[in-house]
Design a protein around this ligand. Structure first.
Ligand code: NAD
Length: 486
């Protein structure tokens, strides 16, 4: 079962959405017309748009934080500032620094048969791009990719998740106050709108969310042969290689896990730990939580689950593990679940049976299976037996060992001696592999993803292009010359 099926009761009612769908089609038509009138915005125009985006995020920092807290029930303000606001601004600043270089056509080699011809690859805007956003990072995953899309000269329509109504309303207001609707527009609605959105004949469609819905989105896009970028989820492992179960490394695993209370696509889903070091891992985890976030689920460090259904889903996974006699280590004294702010303690599930839901589904919440292994090859084989993860984290000081883990696994991204940071670098493409997604945004990779990479040849003199035209008898000498290398 996907997180989507089990989780959030829709918070934006899916009543009659015909008005929202009509507004979407009108916005798309307006953007198409505006794109047709200006297919290659200048660097100055793109810079201006990115500066407006930065200004919009900075001016609304406090409102963004308040909207995120409202939708999640509870949310640390510094985490909103860092991820939802400053992360997006940093991304735009990086693009501004590199835009000229990225927009410059890249010269390509031409062989002697083409004489003095010149060739280059020109990155053109694709046109009008749709972005379907999930609930977990409502601004980072809407305005973040917008940076790459606008930088590449496109027009953008964003559809926020129906589970973050306060964020969706704020985003729509901010965008309408900053950009004309034929450049950037926010379409707010429920599931009917979401389905209609993926059926629009976009020039490119970005979807971030669960693999099951990703399939539906790709199916709808296929009808228009719309190219898609799918940013999906999965089970990201942290592998602690022998000798690496140190205080610092365990802090890195648990510290990452409590970001957004585990509701992060690149969170550590489970930890693979040498069997003899499991108790050391547990003790470091306890000590970290006692120092960093005592009474975690009742304090300021803890984000609420997005909905009571999602909270119930995580509680059910924990109950199943308990009923099946898995060892549960709760990382705080007070074990109560607060259904008002939708928060519960962080728990380790030590040595879970492989058929438990915590081992077969993406968790997306405050549970961390600690899976013992007897040798590293078995741990790697276990990872490779599952779907390719979005992120893979390996800990250890011996680079021959950590390099070996990287070489024998495939994932969308990876990090050594840390977790999740690969998803936050403005300079580096981010995305999945296999079931965790396809395509990239962030960095030059994102700029290229949202560009039409047009190869252009400009004919010169002294070429042999005519040899490709009939009658082919005149090509015989050329074929002979190529074969003999003369
Ligand atoms: P969600 O429920 O918010 O859904 C995502 C979006 O899909 C929403 O905008 C929703 O309206 C839309 N949607 C739902 N049904 C649709 C349909 N039939 N057609 C078109 N659109 C539809 O989010 P979710 O799916 O519960 O998100 C959690 C998942 O997202 C997890 O698996 C997580 O790992 C993944 N995720 C991935 C990334 C990444 O960058 N790879 C980032 C964040 C989350």
């Amino acid at each position: 079962m996907s997180i989507l099926e089990a989780a959030p009761e829709p918070l934006i009612a899916a009543a009659d959405e015909s008005d929202a769908i009509a507004a979407l089609h009108a916005a798309f038509a307006a953007q198409r017309a505006a794109f047709a009138a200006d297919r290659m915005p200048s660097i100055e125009v793109r810079r201006e748009r990115l500066m407006s985006l930065i200004g919009m995020m900075a001016a609304n920092r406090e409102r963004i934080s308040a909207a995120v807290s409202q939708d999640f029930g509870a949310h640390p303000v510094p985490a909103s500032d860092l991820i939802e606001v400053l992360g997006v601004i940093g991304r735009a600043q990086h693009v501004l620094e590199h835009l000229e270089e990225w927009m410059t056509p890249s010269e390509r080699h031409v062989d002697a048969l083409l004489g003095t011809a010149k060739a280059h690859v020109q990155l053109q805007p694709k046109g009008v791009i749709g972005n379907i956003v999930p609930w977990n990072f409502p601004f980072d995953l809407s305005v973040g990719p917008m940076v790459d899309m606008l930088a590449a000269g496109n027009r953008v329509i964003v559809k926020p998740s129906e589970y973050t109504p306060a964020c969706a309303a704020l985003l729509a207001e901010m965008v309408a106050a900053t950009f004309p609707a034929d450049l950037v527009h926010v379409a707010v609605g429920g599931l009917e709108l979401a389905r209609a959105f993926s059926s629009v004949a976009w020039d490119h469609l970005l979807y971030t969310g669960s693999p099951n819905v990703g399939r539906e989105v790709m199916r709808a896009a296929a009808a228009n042969l719309t190219p898609v970028t799918l940013e999906l989820g999965g089970k990201c492992p942290a592998i602690l290689t022998p000798g690496s179960v140190t205080r610092t490394n365990v802090e890195s695993v648990i510290g990452t896990k409590i970001i957004k209370n585990g509701q992060m696509c690149v969170s550590v889903d489970y930890a693979l730990v040498p069997r003899g070091d499991v108790e050391v891992f547990v003790e470091h985890a306890r000590a970290f939580m006692a120092a960093a976030a005592p009474n975690y689920s009742n304090g300021d460090e803890c984000t609420g689950m997005i909905s009571t259904r999602h909270l119930d889903r995580i509680s059910e996974m924990l109950s199943e593990a308990r009923d099946r006699q898995a060892r549960i280590v709760t990382l705080q004294d007070d074990e109560t679940v607060d259904r008002v702010t939708r928060r519960m303690p962080m728990s380790l599930i030590v040595d879970p049976a492989p058929d438990l839901r915590v081992m077969t589904e993406e968790i997306f919440g405050p549970l961390l299976p600690v899976v013992p292994y007897d040798n590293l090859a078995d741990a790697i084989a276990g990872i490779n037996a599952g779907e390719r993860p979005l992120g893979l984290y390996v800990f250890g000081d011996d680079t021959s060992v950590t390099d070996g883990v990287l070489a024998s696994t495939t994932s969308g991204g990876a990090a050594v001696n840390t977790c999740a940071i690969q998803s936050a670098l403005p300079s580096m493409g981010f995305g999945g592999s296999g079931m965790s997604g396809m395509g990239r945004h962030h960095g030059i990779e994102g700029f290229r993803e949202f560009s039409n990479q047009r190869g252009v040849v400009v004919r010169g003199e002294g070429d042999m292009i005519d040899a490709f035209y009939s009658p082919y008898a005149k090509a015989a000498g050329l074929v002979q010359a190529v074969l003999s290398g003369s």
